[in-house]
Design a protein around this ligand. Sequence first.
Ligand SMILES: NC(=O)c1ccc[n+]([C@@H]2O[C@H](COP(=O)([O-])OP(=O)(O)OC[C@H]3O[C@@H](n4cnc5c(N)ncnc54)[C@H](OP(=O)(O)O)[C@@H]3O)[C@@H](O)[C@H]2O)c1
Length: 329
Amino acid sequence: VSPPVERVVVVGTGSFGQRRGEALARRGVSVAFVSRDLERARAATARLGGPVAEASTDLARALAWGEAVFVATPPACHSEPVLAAARAGRPVLVEKPVEATLARARALEAALGASARLVTVAENFHFLSALASLEELRASAGPLVYAEVVVHRKRAPAGWRREGPLAGGGVLADVGIHYVHLLRVLLGDLVLERAPVSARLGSIETAIALAGRSACGARFTLDLSWAASRNRSRVLLVGERRRVHFRVGKRWIWRATRGGLPTGVTRVGADALGHEALLDDWLGASARGEPGQVTLARGIADLALVDAAYAASPHPYPPPQAGEGGTAL
Ligand SMILES: NC(=O)c1ccc[n+]([C@@H]2O[C@H](COP(=O)([O-])OP(=O)(O)OC[C@H]3O[C@@H](n4cnc5c(N)ncnc54)[C@H](OP(=O)(O)O)[C@@H]3O)[C@@H](O)[C@H]2O)c1
């Protein structure tokens, strides 16, 4: 059976370009890479059995071959290839966050105009396998009154994630935006009340704790750190009658009474991080000429909460200028 989209151009030969490239190739999709370096583009394309002659440093050239485009560069480099691909009429999957800042994401949306409907955001937390079970558990847990997320790592990742202008921020822009999306799926629109930053590394924040409430009155906290004494990761959801907790990426949801007395576990589906469902959604939607479930507007709405948190604790660096490590719109 041939895949719904047969030829995909992947921009960026880094970890997620390669990872989703492999997942596309497993589905029978032919993949060619665009890179800043021709040899890297050729090597990455050859590794996936793709058409090496189509590997390029020039997206415009690759678009003559590709039916769809996946953009996997640092956030401040997203707009340029997304615009070029969408203006050429190709469906685009762009990694999260949509752009380095909300202002840049909104400028991209304005520049896209009607072509914005060709853009899908690669927010895999929309497809976590736990979400299906959570929907079922919700009936017994009762309406949610509190959601608490803790994600702690001992150190910040290396490379562009430590460069504020390229990444758009630190632990919140990189990891936290996934959980912002998850909280918005679970609770609806969120209103931020505070977001103190407690650690910085150069131009990025490495510890920040958001707190606020949802439009329906549930409270939430999102405690993120790349400067913790130990690794932790937990999502706790407290309903009027019961509570559940789980770790994103693991196969178990732990159920308990409202007071915390354990009552059992629920096993969730194998695609715990939602990466496979995300690609299936995008490929299917692209073949139908529709955006995937996480539209550009939804990705921008997630970024708006990140922006509100940074506005409460201002960025220590100016926005990127052309030629300063980001691409100016
Ligand atoms: N959904 C998820 O779970 C998830 C997980 C990880 C990352 N991501 C997202 O995926 C995107 C890429 O992340 P990654 O982990 O794949 O990063 P990465 O391994 O560093 O790869 C990024 C690639 O972008 C290209 N690039 C273009 N301009 C660059 C610049 N100025 N500096 C550095 N690289 C540049 C490079 O490819 P060439 O050298 O070939 O040009 C580089 O290999 C980001 O938006 C990130 O947030 C998403």
